[in-house]
Design a protein around this ligand. Structure first.
Ligand SMILES: [Zn+2]
Length: 288
């Protein structure tokens, strides 16, 4: 038996049609909102999605007649630290209701002077320094049917030559530039385990390795989404300079900067989904 889509998709369809006929179809788009990105979650209908990794609360609503499911990465009250986020449950839940495209927000520190706090960066590469998080579905004889009909099982080595979907990235860049002049269309996201911030020595090392941004979340999601053949990209909001580049880093400062820019971030994500032309998709995120 596939621990997969059909059962959950059928269930969701039925549940949605009982609540509101406009939700009587598969949800194609997912948003995962990072730290401070909660306002959009009040727009829709809350659903609980069961997964083999635990239950996930999603909020389902429309953007330009497209069905969208929203998940708060750190929980509605920001109670889940980055190293304890149930990444597999979140990505599996979105896949199981039909989601083929996921766009997320990430708060990051900048290792580049030109990417000042308040900037938006759509990264094109990552370096993974996380430890101890489950980063694959393919254990314990896991099998999955992708949305393109392919069955994936056994030993799976996904290609991450383009770790973030180029199609999603391109549309995000277009929409971000319309809203924010300080948009950067490339960046190398270094993912640390957290929840602590980094040391200046670590940041110096990351710079030598080619890093431009440092965060604690987006990489696990990118890997897991690719394993299930889902397009994934993230829009990073720079909330601070990395350790050693400013006097001190505090969570309060991170949240304050995020709060001041969250409406722009929300607009970029909503406009990206509204304008995304799936028929023009030319990526290979659902291929090995
Ligand atoms: Zn893609």
């Amino acid at each position: 038996m596939y621990r997969n889509t059909l059962h959950y998709a059928e269930k969701t369809k039925k549940a949605c049609s009982n609540i509101n006929p406009c939700f009587d179809m598969t949800v194609e788009f997912g948003i995962i909102g990072g730290s401070g990105f909660y306002s959009i979650s009040s727009k829709g209908i809350e659903e609980k999605i069961e997964t083999p990794y635990g239950n996930v609360l999603v909020n389902i609503f429309n953007i330009n007649n497209k069905k969208v499911a929203f998940i708060t990465r750190h929980g509605p009250k920001h109670s889940i630290p980055p190293h304890l986020v149930n990444y597999r449950a979140n990505i599996f839940a979105l896949h199981s209701i039909g989601v083929k495209q996921i766009i997320t927000s990430s708060a990051v520190g900048s290792m580049k002077k030109e990417m000042a706090p308040g900037s938006f960066v759509i990264p094109d590469q990552f370096i993974d320094f996380t430890i101890g998080r489950p980063k694959t579905f393919f254990v314990d004889n896991f099998e999955v049917k992708l949305h393109n009909g392919t069955i994936r099982k056994g030993v799976v080595h996904i290609d991450l030559s383009e770790p973030y979907c180029p199609h999603l990235r391109n549309e995000s860049i277009v929409q971000s530039k319309k809203i924010a002049k300080n948009t950067f269309s490339k960046g190398v996201y270094v993912c640390t385990e957290g929840p602590r911030f980094e040391t200046p020595a670590e940041i110096n090392a990351f710079k030598i390795l080619g890093g431009s941004l440092v965060g604690m979340t987006s990489v696990s999601e990118s890997i897991l989404a690719r394993e299930l053949g889902i397009c994934y990209s993230t829009i990073c909001l720079v909330t601070n300079f990395a350790a050693g580049m400013q006097e001190k880093i505090s969570a309060e400062e991170v949240f304050a900067v995020f709060k001041s820019k969250v409406h722009e971030l929300e607009e970029i994500i909503v406009n990206t989904i509204a304008n995304l032309d799936i028929s023009a998709k030319n990526c290979s995120c659902d291929k090995l």
